[in-house]
Design a protein around this ligand. Structure first.
Ligand SMILES: *[C@@H]1O[C@H](CO)[C@@H](O)[C@H](O)[C@H]1NC(C)=O
Ligand SMILES: *[C@@H]1O[C@H](CO)[C@@H](O)[C@H](O)[C@H]1NC(C)=O
Ligand SMILES: *[C@@H]1O[C@H](CO)[C@@H](O)[C@H](O)[C@H]1NC(C)=O
Ligand SMILES: *[C@@H]1O[C@H](CO)[C@@H](O)[C@H](O)[C@H]1NC(C)=O
Ligand SMILES: *[C@@H]1O[C@H](CO)[C@@H](O)[C@H](O)[C@H]1NC(C)=O
Length: 226
């Protein structure tokens, strides 16, 4: 009997994002812009408030895995936040936020809002206060380029069972807010493997909206990648 031992990972993030016009994706990074283009004048106060927000986020990134920042008076107020993956070290978090914020001021210079997902962090800014809100768009699903031979067939029930187990734990976990990681050895008739899973919400969500957001993300994951 051949036993195949391998790893299968699920990563479920809830970042309550906004409608977007363009998304670019690569192995390391996904990014996009707010839906409404707005050619703001790069010498305007919006631009300088944006620079204040991004540099505040960079400063905060060596102190914790989440921060928000707001700068400027209406109508040029800029709102921003970052969130690092709960299993990321302070140093990696900070490095990720530095690289994301430095790249993003150029990504969408004809839009007032931008977000970037890297593997270890996400950063977002916009001209409206998006904190605490659940939004169901945009959403990303990514799967590893597993070849069909050599990897076990992971059943839908195994994945949905695992996610249903972790969602309530994420909204009540405390050591790292809203972060749960899990690894379980799954034994099937023809193979066995380690199933790793990560579930995380941004800490500005209340527990109820964390659960709502994770359920939306899980449904998307079943639809995109089952
Ligand atoms: C940008 O703002 C400056 C200063 O307010 C102004 O002189 C310039 O004409 C503006 N440029 C555009 C393209 O609006
Ligand atoms: C944000 O910017 C867009 C594009 O200019 C504008 O339509 C929208 O009203 C702005 N929102 C706020 C809250 O200022
Ligand atoms: C939860 O999200 C909804 C939808 O974005 C928002 O209207 C509501 O205010 C949020 N609830 C709290 C308690 O922040
Ligand atoms: C997998 O299970 C989930 C959750 O029960 C369900 O929503 C989804 O439709 C299923 N997908 C397939 C391909 O059976
Ligand atoms: C923004 O960050 C401050 C701490 O810097 C925190 O007290 C506050 O709750 C945060 N707001 C939201 C909406 O997450």
């Amino acid at each position: 009997m051949t036993r195949i031992i391998t790893h299968f990972a699920i990563v479920l993030f809830c970042f309550f994002l906004f409608s977007l016009q363009t998304i670019s994706q690569s192995a390391q990074m996904s990014s996009g812009c707010d839906q409404v283009p707005d050619n703001f004048n790069t010498s305007s106060s919006y631009q300088s408030n944006l620079e204040t927000v991004l540099s505040t986020l960079r400063d905060c990134s060596s102190h914790g895995s989440y921060a928000n920042a707001t700068a400027g008076l209406s109508p040029n107020t800029v709102y921003g936040m970052f969130l690092c993956r709960g299993d990321t070290s302070r140093a990696s978090c900070s490095k990720c936020v530095h690289s994301a914020t430095l790249s993003m001021s150029e990504t969408c210079n004809s839009h007032k809002g931008t977000f970037v997902f890297h593997n270890e962090c996400m950063v977002r800014y916009s001209n409206f206060s998006f904190f605490t809100l659940v939004e169901d768009e945009p959403v990303f699903g990514r799967f590893s380029a597993f070849s069909s031979s050599g990897y076990p067939k992971v059943s839908n029930q195994t994945i949905s069972g695992k996610i249903n187990e972790l969602i309530p734990r994420a909204s009540s976990s405390s050591s790292v807010p809203y972060f749960v990681e899990d690894q379980e050895h799954v034994t099937q008739v023809e193979s066995s493997y380690d199933l790793k899973a990560i579930v995380q919400c941004s800490p500005d969500l209340d527990p109820r909206n964390c659960t709502v957001c994770l359920r939306l993300a899980a449904q998307f994951l079943y639809d995109c990648c089952a």
